[in-house]
Design a protein around this ligand. Structure first.
Ligand SMILES: C[S@@+](CC[C@H](N)C(=O)[O-])C[C@H]1O[C@@H](n2cnc3c(N)ncnc32)[C@H](O)[C@@H]1O
Length: 478
């Protein structure tokens, strides 16, 4: 079969990794299928690449529904961010467990004595997200030149230039949905146009709602192209827009913070030029009794209740005995090191993106954690320097005194240069938290084959119901 060829009636046998399906082509070669397929369904697809042992393909349409698919309530709509919505939630948990087991198959000789724990479910399966990003888009499809001036919703799965126009997001809570509706109506009724990346003309770009699940505090971020507003009529609009925002904050008293994000760049990404226009710079979230200030740039786990489950499991695996030194690698906002602080004398927290941890000192103070040092560096550079004791950091300890490594890398896993350094630390325990079972298995394979570490526990955690995403916690001990 050739590139671009359309193949009909292919059964999706199972999901393998990263939400992709596996099928069999008429010529007997495997097909790896993207585009949000559901196991058990029969689909038509387009071949994207002809690899040596398999084809890569994109789903075009479903011809026969999977027995796993359920009818949805009328107001539920499926888009890229919740493509597993038609799958019964128990089946979702089973499929995710199978994906993690499949990745660990690769390591089967090294996990015979490990405990594979049952998957931990998210406490909420609807309305669980504490951050939702909506997009205005000028086209229903830019490729097909189909216009709708004020389309305002999510990108369609696998098609960056397509927007699905919904009126309700099943992953956002009721208050977030109502605020979205108000903003949607306001923007549609304004005479200010949506940003067009082709001409770079237009105003509305993105709208982000962050809502702390435990304090209910809300932050709104309006991402707009303010370069568009330089005419005299714009002065009138700016006044109307400010009044709208002021009324919104009165109607929804949980809104504690509003930012304009002046985004004049061509790229369709949320860039970082923020102007605070209402009240607080940050909102506060609480997890397991600890407080975290979140600024508009902070990375924060998007399912707060699920994050509590995840961190509880990490803490259980670490134990309560007070120990010396811990390294929290790929630290993000520092949620893990705040949790670890009272179980260790000293914690180093390493994060590449400075803005991700802007409030680390405040968060440390807020939680009375004065034994933490934030290091803004690439993990790979930090580890090499730490091992050579050349960091210049005060009170540096011999490498052999590191008691715990917590590793929580992005989906690509760890940089290959980092893995030998991880082993060189010879720490008593390693906890690896991963959002991608495939790179997790790859990195563990290196560690267990080149050291005396043993995998003792594997815990899948479903932080993102109705998506293919799965977190896995692994404990290794020497
Ligand atoms: C999955 S998040 C970690 C989240 C954090 N542990 C938490 O629980 O909130 C991965 C983090 O790694 C950071 N990162 C990516 N590559 C890095 C590198 N080479 N060195 C240090 N940090 C990196 C990202 O900026 C991101 O904050």
């Amino acid at each position: 079969m050739k590139k671009h060829e359309i193949v009909e009636n292919i059964k999706v046998d199972k999901l393998i990794f990263w939400g992709k399906g596996l099928g069999l082509a008429p010529d007997g070669k495997k097909i790896i299928i993207g585009g949000g397929v559901i196991p058990g369904s029969v689909i038509n697809l387009r071949i994207l690449k002809d690899r040596k042992n398999y084809y890569e393909a994109q789903m075009l349409e479903e011809v026969v529904k999977s027995p796993l698919e359920q009818p949805l309530p009328a107001h539920f709509q499926v888009y890229g961010g919740c493509k597993w919505l038609p799958i019964n939630h128990d089946d979702q948990l089973r499929i995710k467990t199978e994906q993690v087991k499949e990745a660990f198959n690769y390591l089967k000789d090294y996990v015979v004595d490990a405990t594979f724990h049952p998957i931990i479910a998210s406490p909420e399966i609807y309305g669980y997200r504490n951050k939702v990003e909506f997009s205005w888009w000028k086209y229903i499809s830019a490729r097909e030149e189909v216009h709708d001036e004020f389309r305002f919703w999510f990108h369609k799965q696998g098609e960056f230039d397509r927007i699905i126009d919904c009126s309700f997001c099943v992953l956002a809570d009721d208050e977030t949905n109502s605020i979205f509706k108000e903003v949607n109506t306001f923007s549609r009724n304004s005479w200010i146009t949506t940003y067009d990346p082709k001409s770079q003309i237009g105003f509305w770009r993105h709208f982000v709602v962050r809502k702390a699940k435990f304090t209910w505090e809300i932050m709104l971020i309006f991402s707009v192209n303010d370069a568009y507003l330089n005419s005299s009529e714009s002065i009138e609009f700016q006044k109307i827009f400010s009044d709208f925002v002021a009324n919104l904050t009165k109607k929804y008293p949980n809104i504690k913070s509003v930012y304009y994000l002046k985004n004049n760049g061509k790229a369709d990404i949320v860039t970082w030029e923020f102007e605070l226009v209402f009240w607080q710079k940050t909102i506060t979230e609480k997890l397991l009794g600890k407080s975290f200030e979140i600024n508009p740039k902070s990375f924060f786990q998007t399912n707060s209740l699920g994050a509590e489950k995840l961190y509880s499991e990490v803490l259980n695996l670490i134990g309560t005995e007070k120990r010396g030194l811990a390294l929290d690698l790929y630290a993000g906002t520092g949620t893990i090191w705040i949790m670890l602080a009272d179980r260790f004398n000293k914690v180093y927290s390493v994060e590449l993106v400075k803005e991700a941890s802007l409030d680390w000192e405040k968060n440390a103070k807020l939680n009375k954690a004065n034994n933490i040092e934030f290091v803004n560096a690439k993990v790979e550079d930090f580890l090499k320097n730490f091992i050579k004791k050349e960091t210049g950091l005060e009170n540096i300890r011999p490498v052999s005194e590191v008691d715990l490594l917590v590793i929580d890398p992005p989906r690509d896993g760890m940089h290959p240069d980092t893995l030998p350094s991880i082993i060189a630390f010879d720490s008593e325990t390693i906890i690896y938290v991963s959002c991608n079972p495939a790179t997790l298995a790859r990195d563990l394979d290196f560690i267990v084959k080149n050291s005396t570490y043993k995998i003792t526990d594997v815990i899948p955690v479903d932080m993102f119901p109705h998506t293919h995403h799965i977190e896995t916690i692994v404990k290794l001990v020497k």
